[in-house]
Design a protein. Sequence first.
Length: 132
Amino acid sequence: MSIGPNVFGILSTNAAVIAIAGGPPTAGIFPGVLPQGRTAPAVVYNVITGMPENVMDAPAVADHEIVQLDAWALDYNTATALREAVRAAFEDQPVLIARGIGAKIIAFYPDAYEPDTKRYSRSIGLSMWTGR
């Protein structure tokens, strides 16, 4: 199962994320890259690596993926607030369990600044399990 709908579903329904990045239908949550012309703040997510949770006597029942989540904004403080909102969304275990997802924050990646777009990025790594 692709994690994209799960990442979007969790973030686009979280009040703190919506307050910063906006909610559906124009939510600032994107797979891969920030679209050309999209204004910040926004979240971009990418699967870094993944593997099936194999068992010996049956097909894998779940997939385990490492996801990078980048919080983009026009200033460092907003990027930080958005990253913290994203982090809190994935630490809300009852919401995750209700969706059949397991997730834990596993890394804080280096901060970035894009001089051409004048945007700041704060990033986290997420270890995520989804049932098939």
